[in-house]
Design a protein. Structure first.
Length: 295
């Protein structure tokens, strides 16, 4: 019996490892699926109460991500079934209840909103999908299929071992080119400016939303830092960046490209507040990894 248990555990571990390697990011999966405006809402408890807030999003601005914050009670009364698609349509005058979750100009373009509660029945996460007027009719996958995919994406998003393995490989390669050049990309002022007119109940929730927006920004800018370069979401609106190059980087030019890449998320005005700050150089892997992973 013990041998059987160990074998099962080993197979499960191998399966999870393989799954981690092939599981896409939320943004890549949404793109492959043809979803232009999609988000994941996650439950949280703060001193102000119990809420759902945006933890992943594509096609939403920072302000729109923040507006999607609502109480758990609201969603309990709005969505009746776990693991099943639920649709609210303009044709049936069902969108008024979502007035507070979208700016008027966005909601005016919405034909349908699809929701899929997934992961568990007690406190499910919620997948949100918008169909706007200019979109082609969406083709929805089977709810069971998409629920499994979303669960895998969420579970492997912050898997520490997976992240460290990727950093290890990249940094070993990069140190063969040059020392690690360390940077802090600060979006703090940009995000504060975008959220200035959004009422969020308490500083705890504001910090969670800020982290989600920073995650979204990191996903958007990461193609600018191709391997062996590395980037990782830090704390309080910061992104850690490690670059390897024989020649000095043109920091001003790099900051300009970063700002242009983030206009869709943060807006033209706010991106002018982006700061790219040099944090020095590092000649070894351990120090580089510590810089990337330390909050």
């Amino acid at each position: 019996m013990e041998i059987g248990k160990k074998s099962k555990s080993g197979l499960l571990q191998k399966a999870q490892t393989v799954l981690a390697d092939v599981t896409p990011t939320f943004a890549n999966w949404a793109k492959r699926s043809g979803f232009i405006r999609a988000a994941i809402l996650s439950p949280c408890s703060t001193s102000e109460g119990k809420f759902y807030y945006t933890t992943d999003a594509v096609g939403f601005s920072a302000r729109e991500m923040a507006l999607l914050t609502e109480t758990q009670e609201f969603w309990m009364h709005t969505l009746s079934k776990a693991f099943e698609w639920q649709c609210f349509s303009r044709d049936f005058n069902e969108l008024d209840k979502f007035d507070g979750l979208f700016d008027d100009d966005v909601l005016a373009q919405v034909n349908k909103i699809f929701f899929l509660p997934f992961r568990n029945k007690e406190r499910p996460m919620i997948f949100v999908l918008l169909e706007l007027e200019e979109d082609d009719d969406l083709i929805l996958p089977q709810s069971s299929e998409i629920a499994v995919t979303l669960k895998n994406i969420v579970e492997f998003k912050n898997q520490t071992k997976k992240i460290l393995a990727k950093f290890n490989k990249n940094i070993d390669t990069g140190l063969g080119i040059s020392q690690s050049r360390l940077y802090l990309l600060s979006l703090k002022v940009c995000i504060e400016e975008e959220l200035a007119t959004v009422e969020l109940p308490g500083d705890e929730l504001r910090e969670l939303v800020t982290r989600s927006i920073t995650d979204a920004a990191q996903t958007i800018v990461s193609p600018l830092f191709r391997a062996p370069n590395c980037s990782q979401t830090g704390s309080k609106g910061e992104i850690k960046v490690v670059l390897f190059a024989k020649d000095e980087e043109d920091e001003q030019l790099l900051a300009y490209h970063i700002a242009r890449t983030l206009i869709g998320l943060l807006g033209t005005k706010a991106t002018k507040q982006i700061l790219l700050l040099s944090a020095g150089v590092c000649a070894n892997k351990n120090g580089t990894i510590e810089f990337l992973c330390k909050c």
